[in-house]
Design a protein around this ligand. Structure first.
Ligand code: FAD
Length: 348
């Protein structure tokens, strides 16, 4: 493998039901930063059927090129034809870096593709940078320039590891949704379109989809909320989520989320969990109520624009990352806060 042949930052542009997933745009946003450091371009790889109409949005969010693999076999996500499609794109175009969302689809696709193209993959990255590797070389050890430094929590979130793939290409990573930021949309910005079809020959590995049953969720997606009122073990019970947190979220036009302790206690749906094993959120305002600020929780919300922490223990670690902290009992403070905001809004 001649590493010098591999060039460019490639992003798997996930689409579901002919709608580009948010993660695709987030990865293009991050891909642009990496491409700038490497003085190269960002290419989105769009796989599906009748998906040509989605290329505009990928260009407007920053893709310089879009490789479209369009085939009836790719109508719905299936492991084998999608793996074949992305593997063939990599073998043909030889990217230096290939980023995939750590979604259910990406977690299925990424490891298979990396095995077929014989490279490594770092899963669930929370940070990506270009730098030299090893970061601190031993005396006499070669330090390779311009490597993808892939950072992720390790050992149950108790440490942060930075991993590189200096001897194989492409350097592959999956990235959790919500961690990276989309670039600003530039209406009318066009990407170069490249159509590529490696041919699909169904074999015994092609599963047949008999029926698709969509889960209907009545829980607001906390990743879309601009204001989150989040409850932890300090909220005490499920009823308090309804009587203390939901009214505050309602008056603010936000949604309710939670720490893992609250979810594990059965007080709120798992869909609402913020953190390393939950969702990564970046609201404009995150109100942490009765949450201690464990590293695994903070990993999912530290990108919030403004963090307000309410905790009765003034030494709680959540105050270290909060923009504003109130030492108080949530049982007494939250109804007063809700009432005050209601009155303020009525007076406007
Ligand atoms: P606690 O740590 O028990 O804190 C409760 C806080 O409430 C305390 O600070 C207390 O002072 C305060 N309090 C109590 N009563 C009141 C009151 N009346 N008014 C005001 N304050 C009060 N956690 C997550 O959240 N998300 C994850 O995704 C996640 N993933 C994990 C993955 C792994 C591999 C591991 C090992 C752990 C993970 N955890 C996760 C768990 C995490 O380590 C913590 O245990 C958890 O976040 C603690 O939740 P908490 O802050 O609600 O509870």
């Amino acid at each position: 493998m001649s590493l010098a042949e591999y060039k460019g930052v490639y992003v798997f542009a996930q689409q579901v039901d002919n709608e580009v997933s948010s993660i695709a745009l987030e990865l293009i946003g991050k891909g642009k930063d990496l491409a700038k450091d490497l003085d190269t371009t960002v290419t989105a790889v769009l796989i599906g059927h009748n998906v040509m109409g989605l290329t505009d949005v990928l260009g407007e969010y920053g893709a310089d090129k879009v490789i479209v693999v369009d085939d009836p076999e790719l109508k719905e996500y299936r492991t084998e034809p999608y793996t074949h499609a992305l593997t063939c794109v990599i073998n043909e175009f030889k990217p230096d870096i290939c980023l995939i969302g750590a979604t259910a689809i990406g977690r299925d696709l990424g490891p298979r593709v990396c095995a077929r193209v014989h490279t490594g993959l770092t899963a669930d990255c929370t940070q990506l940078d270009i730098g030299d590797f090893p970061i601190n070389p031993l005396p006499g050890q070669e330090q390779k320039k311009n490597q993808l430094l892939m950072t992720r929590p390790a050992f149950g979130g108790n440490t942060i590891a930075t991993i590189a793939c200096p001897n194989f290409r492409p350097q592959m990573a999956t990235v959790r949704p919500g961690v990276m930021q989309k670039a600003d949309r530039v209406e009318g910005r066009k990407a170069e379109i490249i159509e590529f079809n490696p041919g699909f020959v169904p074999n015994e590995k092609y599963t047949e989809i008999l029926e698709i049953v969509k889960e209907v969720s009545n829980v607001a997606d906390i990743m879309d909320a601009t204001i989150l009122v989040s409850g932890g073990r300090g909220v005490s019970n499920a009823e308090a989520f309804d009587t203390l947190l939901a009214p505050l979220a309602n008056v603010l036009g936000g949604a309710v989320s939670a720490s893992r302790s609250a979810v594990d206690s059965g007080w709120i749906d798992h869909e609402c969990q913020v953190g390393q094993t939950g969702k990564t959120v970046r609201p404009d305002l995150y109100i942490a109520c009765g949450i201690s600020g464990a590293i695994q929780h903070v990993a999912g919300m530290e990108g919030s624009e403004f963090i307000l922490a309410i905790n009765k223990d003034e030494t709680a670690p959540i105050f270290d990352i909060a923009d504003l902290g109130i030492v108080a009992n949530v049982d007494t403070l939250l109804p007063k806060l809700t009432e005050a905001i209601k009155k303020y809004k009525e007076a406007q």
